[in-house]
Design a protein around this ligand. Structure first.
Ligand code: PRX
Length: 596
C-alpha cells in the first residue's frame, strides 16, 4: 500500500532547526507577542498546546469582534461530552464576516461567483453582500423566523446561498445546508430532523451544462415535512417554475426589505449551524457547530494553513453543502475579510482545463480541491494545465481523502510548477476546521507527499493502540484521537447528545475519537490511513454503508443487502452491493431495475 511505502522512507524534519534559529513571531501572529518564551513558530505550536487557554483567549480577543467579552475561555470535559468555549461572550457572526469589513473597505470583493459557464463570473463586494444579507434577514424575520429556529438551505454555490447562511446568522437562526445533489428523500429526512419551518432553494440549478430541477425536488421533499410553512425560491435560471401559496419569490420579496437589519446578540455557544454527515448507521448525524469557537477556528486555519494574505484570491472549489464549503469558501475567508471564489461547475466542464483557466482568469492565489479531481485531471494530460498561466498560485491544498503520491507529485510539479507548497489537510465535519496539515510550520520546512504531517495550533493528536492506551513511540499506527478540546469542534449531534458522546467521547474516555486510523512516522509526522468504522469515502464524499443498504433494500426485488467499499483508482473508493433477491423474483424473466 502506498502509505506503507511512504512510512518507511527516511524523512528529515527541518522545523526544529529553523525553530532554534528563531523567527519574527510577532510579525507572523501579532497576538503571540505576549506569549512567554515564544520566539519561533515551533515554540508557538508547543505553547498553543501546553497553554491552550492563554493561546485561544488571546486569539479570540484579537480576531473576533465581540458585542460583549467572554468571561471564561473554556469549560470542557471530553469524558462527559461537555464542550464550551468563550462563555459569557456575545457576538454576531455576520458582523464579523461583513460589517467590520464594510467599515474599512466597502468596495473590496467578497465573493467571486464562478458560474457554470466559464467567463460569466459575478463579483460581489462586501457592501453588496451585507445589503443582500440584511434584506434577506428582514425577509426571514417578516416570515416569522426567529432566534433558535433552523432554516434549511438547498442551493448550489451562489451569492444568495452565502447571503442566506449569513442572514440566518444575523437574526440568530441556525442554518442547515443540504448539498443540492441530494435526493428528495435525503432532503426531507434532514428537514424533518432539523424541524425547519422555512426552506430556501432556487428554481433550477445548472451544473456541467445540465439543468437540475431543484425546486421540484423540494416540492417532493416537503410533502413529508409538516413543519415547513414557506419555501423561498430564488431564480438561478430564467425558466419559471410552478409556485404555490407556500412559495415565496425570493428576489422580488427581498427588494421590498430594508438594507439595514438589526443583528442579534448571540451567546458564544448558541447554534450557528447543523450539518448532516454520515456515520456508521443509516441515520445521518446533524452535527452542531456554535458561533464563536467555530468562526475563530475557521478564520485562523484559513489564514495560517494556506498563508492567506490580505488581497489574495482564495479558490476553494468545494460545494457549500459540505463542511469544506462552509469553513473555507464562506466563513474562514469572510471572517478574514478575504476574497473567496464560489465554484458552481465541475472540474471537466467544458473541458479538463476548467480549473486552470479559472485560475488564470480570476488570478487565484490559493487553490483548494479534492484528490479525486486531481486524479481525474492528471489522466487527461499536462497540456490542459500548461496552456494556462498559473503564476498567481502560491499554495495548493487537498482535502477529504488520502492523496496518493502520483497525484500529489503531479499537483506539485505540473499544476504548481514546483513553486507552491502542497498542503494535504486532514479534518472532518466534526472538527470544524483543519487539524493536521504541513503548514503553518516554517515556510521552508519539509513537506512529505501524501501526508498531512503536523498538527495545527492547539491540536494535540494521539494514537491509541489495540488495548486502548496512548501509543508513545513513533513509527506506529493506531486510532487517531485528539487529546484536548479546541474551539472549532462540534458540540453535539442535534437531538442526540447521547449518540455524540457514544461516538466521539466514550471509545477513549477523555479523548475525542475521530473514527480514523493514522500512522505516525519516525519523525512524528501523521498520515491518515482511512476510516475504522463502516463509513466509505467515494470521491471525497463520506457515505455510511448502512445508508446505501437502506436505499438498496427499498428496491422491491431486494430481500437483503450488504455494501462494502473497494479501492478505486480515481474515486478513492467505489461501492459494491451484495444483494439477496426475494424468492418470488424470477431473474430470468424480470429485469431488475431499481432507481437508487
Ligand atoms: O476519513 C477522513 C477523510 O474524510 C473524513 C471526514 O469527512 P467529512 O466529514 O465529510 O469531511 C471532509 C472534509 C473535511 C475523515 O474522517 N479525510 C478528510 N481529509 C483527509 C481525509 N483522509 C485522508 N487525508 C485527508 N487529508
Amino acid at each position: 500500500m502506498w502509505f506503507v511505502s511512504l512510512s518507511s522512507r527516511i524523512l528529515r524534519s527541518y522545523s526544529h532547526v529553523l525553530g532554534r534559529r528563531g523567527c519574527n513571531t510577532a510579525a507572523f501572529m501579532p497576538e503571540a507577542a505576549g506569549f512567554e518564551g515564544v520566539s519561533s513558530r515551533s515554540s508557538l505550536q508547543d505553547f498553543s498546546v501546553s497553554n491552550s487557554d492563554t493561546f485561544w483567549s488571546a486569539v479570540a480577543r484579537h480576531r473576533l469582534s465581540w458585542i460583549s467579552p467572554f468571561t471564561a475561555v473554556q469549560d470542557c470535559d471530553l469524558s462527559q461530552g461537555r464542550i464550551k468555549w468563550f462563555d459569557g461572550g456575545k457576538l454576531n457572526v455576520s458582523i464579523n464576516c461583513l460589517d467590520r469589513h464594510v467599515h474599512t473597505s466597502p468596495e473590496r470583493v467578497a465573493l467571486i461567483w464562478e458560474k457554470d459557464e466559464p467567463g460569466s463570473e459575478v463579483k460581489i463586494t462586501y457592501r453588496q453582500l451585507l445589503e443582500m444579507t440584511c434584506r434577506l434577514g428582514n425577509l426571514l424575520r417578516r416570515h416569522g423566523v426567529k432566534k433558535g429556529d433552523c432554516v434549511t438551505i438547498y442551493m448550489p454555490a451562489c451569492p444568495l446561498a452565502v447571503a442566506s447562511m449569513l442572514a440566518c446568522a444575523r437574526i440568530g437562526a441556525a442554518h442547515n445546508v443540504v448539498f443540492a445533489g441530494f435526493s428528495a428523500e435525503a432532503l426531507s429526512e434532514r428537514i424533518r430532523d432539523a424541524q425547519s419551518t422555512v426552506v430556501i432553494t432556487v428554481n433550477q440549478g445548472v451544473r456541467g451544462g445540465r439543468v437540475i430541477e431543484l425546486k421540484k425536488t423540494v416540492d417532493t421533499a416537503v410533502q413529508s415535512c409538516p413543519t415547513v410553512k414557506q419555501v423561498f425560491v430564488a431564480m438561478r435560471t430564467e425558466n419559471p417554475v410552478i409556485m404555490t401559496d407556500r412559495d415565496v419569490p425570493m428576489e422580488e420579496e427581498m427588494m421590498k426589505e430594508a438594507v439595514v437589519c438589526e443583528p442579534a446578540a448571540m451567546d458564544s455557544e448558541d447554534i450557528l449551524f447543523l450539518l448532516y454527515t454520515s456515520g456508521s448507521t443509516g441515520k445521518p448525524k446533524g452535527l452542531v457547530h456554535t458561533q464563536a469557537g467555530y468562526l475563530l477556528y475557521a478564520a485562523l486555519t484559513h489564514r495560517y494553513v494556506f498563508s492567506y494574505n490580505d488581497g489574495d484570491i482564495f479558490g476553494c472549489v468545494a460545494d457549500i453543502g459540505w463542511i469544506t464549503g462552509h469553513s473555507y469558501a464562506v466563513y474562514g475567508p469572510l471572517a478574514n475579510g478575504g476574497t473567496t471564489v464560489l465554484f458552481e461547475s465541475t472540474p471537466i466542464y467544458p473541458d479538463p482545463g476548467r480549473y486552470w483557466e479559472m485560475v488564470q482568469r480570476l488570478k487565484i492565489n490559493q487553490f483548494y480541491g479534492a484528490p479525486t479531481a486531481i486524479r481525474l485531471l492528471l489522466k487527461y494530460g499536462n497540456h490542459w494545465v500548461q496552456k494556462y498561466d498559473r503564476s498567481t498560485l502560491k499554495t495548493l491544498g487537498t482535502v477529504g481523502e488520502p492523496i496518493n503520491t502520483e497525484a500529489w507529485q503531479w499537483y506539485y510539479s505540473v499544476v504548481g510548477d514546483k513553486r507552491c507548497p502542497v498542503v494535504d489537510t486532514w479534518w472532518q465535519t466534526e472538527t470544524g476546521g483543519i487539524c493536521i496539515a504541513p503548514r503553518p510550520s516554517q515556510p521552508d520546512a519539509e513537506i512529505v507527499p501524501g501526508m498531512a504531517m503536523r498538527p495545527f495550533f492547539g491540536i494535540k493528536p494521539v494514537l491509541m493502540d489495540s488495548e486502548g492506551k496512548v501509543a508513545t513511540s513513533n513509527n506506529t499506527s493506531g486510532a487517531l484521537c485528539i487529546a484536548q478540546p479546541w474551539p472549532g469542534m462540534a458540540r453535539t449531534i442535534h437531538n442526540d447528545h447521547q449518540r455524540f458522546t457514544a461516538t466521539y467521547c466514550q471509545p477513549y474516555p477523555g479523548y475525542f475519537f475521530t473514527g480514523d486510523g493514522a500512522y505516525r512516522s519516525e519523525e512524528g509526522y501523521y498520515q491518515i490511513t482511512g476510516r475504522l468504522d463502516d463509513v466509505i469515502n467515494v470521491s471525497g464524499h463520506r457515505i455510511g454503508t448502512a445508508e446505501i443498504e437502506d436505499v438498496v433494500n427499498q428496491c422491491p426485488a431486494v430481500a437483503e443487502s450488504a455494501v462494502i467499499g473497494y479501492s478505486h483508482n480515481i474515486k478513492g473508493q467505489g461501492v459494491y452491493a451484495f444483494v439477496v433477491l426475494k424468492k418470488s423474483v424470477d431473474t430470468k424473466e424480470q429485469e431488475l431495475s431499481c432507481q437508487l
